[in-house]
Structures are given as structure tokens and as C-alpha cells.
Design a protein around this ligand. Structure first.
Ligand SMILES: [Zn+2]
Ligand SMILES: [Zn+2]
Length: 888
């Protein structure tokens, strides 16, 4: 294949290559798993982001971590499936579109259910495109052919099937319970969808007059409007103060209804006056008291939290207006005897921040107890591993205290409950496919339950429903149980716990082997990112500014299971700088190949110490990185790769090879084969973290390598590096560590003493047993530490250190720096002048060749290119040498 090699641009411009490579990967079909029946697949089902709007940095973190795992396993040769999806988001989705409708001056009720659902689908389609586009910008390698939406036919049928199965087993029932009601969203909410906030409120003390006798019983309340729904006053049976009153009746203020005084263990004698009002339809504790005491339930609220007909004279008032009205009336009647400030916890709707009302309501519930036991067992016996381990306790604790799960929502957007009511025989028909007739009496006029299921019901089925369940599909057989469920620790209960319960219930098997929980993203100050704080980073703006790889680098920096991370401009800049550093190093290697040619044969026996050292360090890095990746320590793995590439490869090895490449001594072995080997393999090691730049650099490198060098057509399907234990060489490491330590120490001293860079320092080194190994690095030490001359001592320096002579005891060596020394300026100038003359002669020769028409037309393009390169390199060199003379 002949290919015109474009020169690598001076700087990395992510915007110019990212799109190109993503399209290339897509077209090549690399994201599709290659199914090998005999091989164990690696499978991640993406926790589907909500269809509401756009991705935030939390999604970017999820995507980055999952892509790291996916790319890594794919390169290791595992059949790899990462299945993407989108969640319809139930209440959150409906709220967004309702807000849009409100802006247009209409509402879902004006539109009607059918039109509203149509509108939801339209909006969801747009959002799905946006989200998929954003995900692609992040470079993620999931199998887009398998993308699923929770409301697609497959997952929807799975939802109905799971419902019917649970119902048939008696694990789903309809019952009256206290639920969290959001008056704005007009739906039931789970406890997890309710934010509890400490509110500075009041405790009002109200007298309830006794019906038959003179006197009162006083109760305290934080919600006086609920007086209208009281059906009893309760006291503790042990409370001597009230013993005589139990069984008597009181007149309920404001509505003059007679209610009994009852005795119940649940009453805390130390709260308020020791007597409490019982409002069973609007308080979970009171609801239970009412069950025990056989008290009636009186619901006083309409769904929009205005007062209903049970509120008597207050009918139609909003709940808070009603509170004011009742307080005024109580005051007037002399029944309000005390007001205390009182801080208490008040539930708010997580979606719209409206104050929640606890309301007794008929809802559908799942009996969780029978599902909990197998889910607890799966974690306890280690079939499901939770990382980090400390969350096992959190999981078990939640599971052990779980209540029945309210799964019905009074929404229109979602999976409609597959239950039909018969007005004739009052029986229910529960079916996967919409029935034509009542299954009991055959009536055709049956009506479906208007409610939809909690979004988390469909989420709970996600690992198996996305793979084809309830059908016995090839995908389900091959990919289930999946490998890793990667998600934020904040949705352990929403997601993970329910998936384990339902996976086991529906398929008899666990949904995944490992749960990896990542932390939350915080800003520089450690604050959670939120729109209210205004510290939110939009991932797309960020990747446009810094490049996708820099964003991914910043997100994986310091990441470890379960711990929050800070996403800071410093980390983003570090990511960008790292990309630039790699770019420059690769550009140097590419140019070196172009001007020197390449022989990829690495002759082990001839390698100088620095080559053995870099190969040794590199293989150690590969080995460490591999075990860190296996241990889910992606942040630390990334740091190891970064530190090796930046700290050892770029800063030291590349600099040392520059000296070798400049050398005119024939015997010096070309470093290019090792340079290329380490760079190419490192790019593969880094690829899962920074996919775009590694592909771009790898392709640039590959195109300069001999055609028989078989590397495949993309880095993302090249093999992941494996450590070669034979390359580990402690002797070479010891020598090079000493050389580096010497150079570093001299540099530090020069910096400390503010020695101008043009001035040279003299140094003496005592290397002990390392002397023979270090001596060949005298030129490197000179060049990299700006010392001249460097002499090696046969024995330790014994003289007294003073302000001009610094003696440093290093790990293996002793370093003596002569601060007072200067070099012979005249001799140095002469040497430089001579070098300039030699170079100028060569430049003239090259210039003549490049003017020669015959040469330009007949010689192969690569030879002409090489000549031109050499011409520029030498011209540069002359400029530099002239500058050096000036500096002297
Ligand atoms: Zn709400
Ligand atoms: Zn019927």
C-alpha cells in the first residue's frame, strides 16, 4: 500500500481527529461483540441515562469508566458487549414536558392522554438523539445496534410479563397505605424520590374540649390543617395524667365532630403534652394506630392539595391558606394556647421541590419480603461482589429494612399497569397482552388501570429485559449473567438492589457478577455540582475546550471505587498537557524514523543500559497496570501509565536517545527500535483511557513502520500489552536511577543557586561499584545537567565542603559540585565554531541536491523527503549553535 505521509502537525488539535476516528471505528463495526461460544464474554449493560435533556459530568464519568473497562477487555480478546440504553424517566420526564406545555399556555389535561403521550414521544426522540450524540463525542465504544429505550416493545413486554408473573404468585397486590403524594406532580412517590429537609416551623398547642365534661385535652401539632382529618386523640396507656380520660369523647375544633380518646403504645408521653391527635389518612404512624384501634380514615385533601368536602367550611382552600384560616379561628375561640418554634423534617418532591403530603391511598405494591432473601444470599455467598466492600453493609441494611414497594404512579408517561377492571363482575383481568374481554364474565367493556408503573420497576429488569427476556434468546443465553454493573453509589438502592431481586426472581440467576460503585463528582472546593450552586461543568463544553481525552483523563484521575472525585481545571489542563506531551514525543520518534530509517529488530544482547532500563521499567509498569485494572483501580492504573510515559519515557529516555541520535560515533546503536517499541506499546496501554489521541498517534507511527510490521488496522482492536518478565532488569534500573539522580541533583542545585543556563558547572562523581556503568553516561550528564567537565573519582571526596564546593551523598553515589568553576569560554567558542562550519558544508551539499531537477524527479519520494528533512534539521542546528556562541 502506498500512502502519502503527511507531516504530523506541530500541535495536537483534538477537534480535528476525534470525529474522524469515531466514524472509522463505527464503520469498521468494532463496537459489536465477536461472539465466540467457547469464550466467556465481558458484558456491561449501561445504566440508561434519563431521557430528560442532556448528559452531565456524572454521566461522563459513568461513560468513561465503562468505556475503559470495555476497551480493555476488547483488546484482551474477550467477546465484549456494552449495551447502551435510555430511560423514559417517568415522573422526571413528564415534569419537563408539562413545563414546556405550561409555557405554551396549555396542559396535559387540556391535551388529553393520547395527545400528551404523542408529545412525550416526540420530545423523547429528540432527547435520545442529543444524548446519543453526546455519548459519541465522549468516544464510548458501546454497541449502538443494540441501543434500547425502556418503552421499546421488548422491555415493555418484559415489564408486563414480570408484573403478571408476580401477580399470579401473589407478590403484587393493591392496598391502601400511606404514600408520599406530590400535589404538583399529582402522583405517588417512593421514599427515595422524596428529599427530607429540616424546616423551621412551629408547634401549635390546641385545646380539644371534652364532650361530656368541662375541661380540655391539649394536643400539639405542626400541621394544624390536619385537625380536620382527626379521628381520635391518643395517649400512652401507661400515662397516669390521662388515665381517666381514655374512652371519653372530645369535640374536634373547627368542625365540631366528636372523636374518642384512645390509648395506644405508639404514643410518646414526652412529646408535646403527651396527648396526640390521630390523623390516619395523613400520617404513617397515625395510619398504623388507626389500624389497631379500628378508627375511620378521613381524607381531607384533593389531589392538588386543596381542601375537599371533608374539610367542612374550609372546602376549596389551599392547604397552607387553610392552615392560616384554622389558626385564626382557633385563636378566636380561645383554643390556641401556645406556639413554639419547632424545627422538623419535611418531605419535598425531588423533581419539583413541592412539599409532600402523606396521604392514605389505594396503590399497587410488591411484597418485597419473598424477593429480599435470595438477593441478600447472593451477596452474602459472594455470587455478587460489591466494590468497594463497605457498601455490602449498606446494601444489607437497606434490604433488611425494606418495606413493600409502591409501584403505581398516577402519571401518563410510562408502562401502563397491565390490569383491566370489569364494571360488571368487579373482577380484575391481569394479562401480558391487552385482553378483549373480562376473563371472568366475558364482558367486553373492561377498562385498563389508568396508572403507570414506577420507572424503577422497568429498571429492575434491565439486565435481562435488554437481552431479550422473557424470550429464550441467544443473547440472553450467552451474555447473561452480565459481568459488571457500573454505577454511582447514590443509586445502589434504586438500581442495583432491585435488579438483584428481580433478576433472581425472573431468571433464577444473578444479573451481574460485580457491582462497581463510583463516587460523585465535586468541584474544586469539594462541593457537589448543582445548578443552584452554578458550579456545573457541561461535559460537551469541557471536551470542546480541552479535548475529549483530556476530559476523560481528568475524570479518571484519582478515581477509585466509592470515593468522590473533584473535577478541577487543573486536572483538565493536566490532561491536555499530557496529550501534548505524547504528541511531541511521538512527533520526535516519527521524525527520527524519517531521518534515520528504522530497523525494527531489537538486538537484545547489544542494548545499552538505558534501553534495558526503559524496557525493564516499562514491563514493570505493564504488570502493575494490569493488576490494578483487574482490581478496578482505574485511577491508579491511569496514574502509573501517565507517570511512566511522562516521567520516565518522555523526560528521560527520549532525552537520552536525542544524545545518541546526535552522536557521530559509528558503534552507537540506534535507539529507534526501542523508542518505537515502547511508544507503540504504551499507546496501547493507554488507549482505554484516552482513545482518540492514542489512535491518532498510533496510526501516525504505524504508517512509518515497515509494511511487514503487522499491527492490525486500529489500535482499538490491537492486543492489550502483557508484561514480559524477562525484560525486568534490576541492575540496569539501579544504574539509570543513579544517573537520573545525579542529573536531577545537579539541576536542583543549579536552580537553587540561580545559575544562568548558559553557565556550566563542574562536577565530580564517585560512583563506587557503579562507576564503570555510569561512566558511559558522562556525556549525557553533561548535556542534561549542564555540567562540564564531569570527572569520576576513584575514592570518596574527602575535602571540606564550602560555599564553592558542594558535596551530596546520593543513594549509590557521591556528587561533588564545584560552584565556583566556569568553563574555558574561548575553547568552547572554538569548538562550536568548528561544528557550525561542518554543518554548513553539509547544508550546502544538501541544498545543491534539492535544487537538482534530476534528483527531484527520479529519486523516490521518501528519499527526497528525507533529504529535505535533513536539510531543515541541520539548518536548525546551525541556528542553535550560533545562539550558543552568543550566550557564551
Ligand atoms: Zn413533584
Ligand atoms: Zn367481568
Amino acid at each position: 500500500m502506498t500512502e502519502v505521509l503527511n507531516e504530523m502537525p506541530k500541535a495536537y488539535e483534538p477537534g480535528k481527529v476525534e470525529q474522524k476516528w469515531y466514524q472509522f471505528w463505527l464503520e469498521k463495526g468494532y463496537f459489536k461483540p465477536e461472539i465466540g461460544p467457547e469464550k466467556k464474554p465481558f458484558v456491561i449493560i449501561m445504566p440508561p441515562p434519563n431521557v430528560t435533556g442532556e448528559l452531565h459530568v456524572g454521566h461522563a464519568l459513568t461513560a468513561t469508566l465503562e468505556d475503559i473497562m470495555t476497551r480493555w477487555h476488547r483488546m484482551k480478546g474477550d467477546p465484549t458487549l456494552w449495551l447502551p440504553g435510555i430511560d423514559h424517566a417517568g415522573i422526571a420526564g413528564q415534569v419537563v414536558v408539562e413545563q414546556l406545555l405550561a409555557k405554551e399556555g396549555t396542559s396535559r389535561h387540556q391535551l388529553g392522554r393520547e395527545k400528551f403521550i404523542e408529545r412525550m414521544w416526540q420530545w423523547a426522540k429528540q432527547c435520545r438523539q442529543t444524548i446519543a450524540g453526546q455519548h459519541q463525542r465522549l468516544g464510548i465504544s458501546c454497541d449502538w445496534n443494540r441501543e434500547v429505550f425502556t418503552l421499546d416493545e421488548g422491555p415493555s413486554r418484559a415489564v408486563r410479563t414480570a408484573f403478571v408473573r408476580l401477580y399470579d404468585k401473589g407478590l403484587i397486590y393493591k392496598g391502601e397505605r400511606i404514600i408520599n403524594w406530590c400535589p404538583r406532580c399529582a402522583t405517588a412517590l417512593s421514599d427515595l424520590e422524596t428529599d427530607h429537609k429540616e424546616i423551621a416551623g412551629h408547634l401549635w398547642y390546641v385545646r380539644y374540649p371534652l364532650a361530656e365534661d368541662d375541661g380540655f385535652i391539649t394536643v400539639a401539632t405542626t400541621r394544624p390543617e390536619t385537625i380536620l382529618g382527626d379521628t381520635a386523640v391518643a395517649v400512652n396507656p401507661q400515662d397516669e395524667r390521662f388515665k381517666a380520660m381514655v374512652g371519653k369523647k372530645v369535640v374536634l375544633p373547627a368542625v365540631s365532630r366528636l372523636i374518642p380518646i384512645v390509648a395506644d403504645e405508639a404514643v410518646d408521653p414526652s412529646f408535646g403534652t403527651g396527648a396526640v391527635k390521630i390523623t390516619p389518612a395523613h400520617d404513617p404512624v397515625d395510619f398504623e394506630v388507626a389500624q389497631r384501634q379500628k378508627l375511620p380514615l378521613i381524607n381531607i385533601l384533593n389531589p392538588d392539595a386543596t381542601m375537599n368536602e371533608a374539610a367542612g367550611p374550609y372546602i376549596g382552600l389551599d392547604r397552607f391558606a387553610c392552615r392560616e384560616a384554622i389558626l385564626a379561628d382557633l385563636e378566636k375561640d380561645g383554643l390556641l394556647i401556645k406556639i413554639e418554634p419547632y424545627v422538623h423534617s419535611v418531605g419535598h418532591c425531588q423533581r419539583c421541590q413541592t412539599v409532600i403530603e402523606p396521604i392514605a391511598s389505594k396503590q399497587w405494591f410488591i411484597k418485597t419480603q419473598p424477593l429480599v432473601q435470595p438477593a441478600i444470599k447472593a451477596v452474602l455467598d459472594g455470587r455478587v461482589t460489591i466494590i468497594p466492600q463497605r457498601f455490602i453493609k449498606v446494601y444489607l441494611n437497606w434490604m433488611e429494612n425494606i418495606r413493600d414497594w409502591c409501584i403505581s404512579r398516577q402519571l401518563w408517561w410510562g408502562h401502563r399497569i397491565p390490569v383491566w377492571y370489569c364494571p360488571d363482575c368487579n373482577q380484575l383481568t391481569v394479562a401480558v397482552e391487552p385482553p378483549q374481554i373480562c376473563s371472568h364474565c366475558g364482558l367486553t367493556k373492561i377498562e385498563q388501570d389508568p396508572d403507570v408503573l414506577d420507572t424503577w420497576f422497568s429498571s429492575a429488569l434491565w439486565p435481562h429485559s435488554t437481552l431479550g427476556w422473557p424470550d429464550d434468546t441467544e443473547s440472553l443465553r450467552y451474555f447473561y449473567p452480565t459481568t459488571v454493573m457500573e454505577t454511582g453509589y447514590d443509586i445502589l438502592f434504586f438500581w442495583v438492589a432491585r435488579m438483584i431481586m428481580m433478576g433472581l426472581e425472573d431468571t433464577g440467576d444473578i444479573p451481574f457478577h460485580t457491582v462497581y460503585l463510583h463516587g460523585l463528582i465535586r468541584d474544586e472546593k469539594g462541593e457537589k455540582m448543582s445548578k443552584i450552586r452554578g458550579n456545573v461543568l457541561n461535559p460537551i463544553d469541557t471536551l470542546e475546550k480541552y479535548g475529549t481525552d483530556a476530559l476523560r483523563f481528568a475524570l479518571s484521575t484519582g478515581t477509585s471505587p466509592g470515593n468522590d472525585i473533584k473535577l478541577t481545571p487543573t486536572k483538565l489542563e493536566a490532561g491536555r498537557n499530557f496529550a501534548n506531551k505524547l504528541w511531541n514525543a511521538t512527533r520526535f520518534v516519527v521524525r527520527s524514523i524519517e531521518s534515520n530509517g528504522i530497523d525494527m529488530q531489537i538486538q537484545q544482547s547489544l542494548l545499552p543500559v538505558e534501553d534495558r532500563w526503559i524496557l525493564s521499567r516499562f514491563n514493570r509498569t505493564i504488570s502493575t497496570v494490569t493488576s490494578l485494572m483487574e482490581d478496578f483501580q482505574f485511577g491508579e492504573a491511569q496514574r502509573q501509565i501517565h507517570d511512566f510515559l511522562w516521567g520516565e519515557f518522555c523526560d528521560w529516555y527520549v532525552e537520552l536517545t536525542k544524545i545518541r541520535l546526535r552522536s557521530t560515533v559509528k558503534e552507537v546503536l540506534s535507539p529507534i527500535a526501542v523508542l518505537v517499541h515502547v511508544l507503540e506499546t504504551s499507546l496501547r496501554l493507554l488507549h482505554p483511557f484516552m482513545p482518540f489521541i492514542t489512535e491518532e498517534l498510533w496510526q501516525n507511527l504505524k504508517s512509518r513502520l515497515p509494511s511487514d510490521w503487522r499491527a492490525g488496522e486500529s489500535i482499538m482492536v490491537a492486543v492489550y500489552p502483557e508484561a514480559d518478565a524477562n525484560a525486568i532488569n534490576p541492575e540496569a534500573e539501579q544504574v539509570m536511577e543513579s544517573v537520573i539522580e545525579i542529573i536531577r541533583s545537579i539541576r536542583n542545585i543549579r536552580a537553587q543557586y540561580k545559575v544562568e543556563s548558559a553557565r556550566w558547572t563542574e562536577a565530580q562523581i564517585y560512583g563506587g561499584k557503579l562507576t564503570p556503568a555510569i561512566t558511559p553516561y558522562s556525556q549525557a550528564i553533561q548535556a542534561l545537567a549542564r555540567v562540564k567537565p564531569v570527572t569520576f573519582l576513584n575514592s570518596r571526596y574527602q575535602g571540606q565542603p564550602n560555599e564553592n564546593i558542594l558535596v551530596l551523598e546520593l543513594k549509590e553515589t557521591q556528587l561533588v559540585i564545584m560552584m565556583g568553576s566556569t568553563i574555558d569560554l574561548e575553547a568552547e567558542k572554538k569548538r562550536l565554531q568548528k561544528e557550525i562550519e561542518q554543518s554548513q558544508a553539509e547544508v550546502a551539499r544538501l541544498a545543491a541536491r534539492l535544487k537538482d531537477e534530476a534528483f527531484l524527479t527520479k529519486a523516490p519520494a521518501t528519499v527526497v523527503d528525507k533529504t529535505r528533512q535533513k536539510f531543515y534539521t541541520l539548518t536548525d542546528k546551525i541556528k542553535r549553535l550560533k545562539q550558543q556562541i552568543l550566550e557564551l
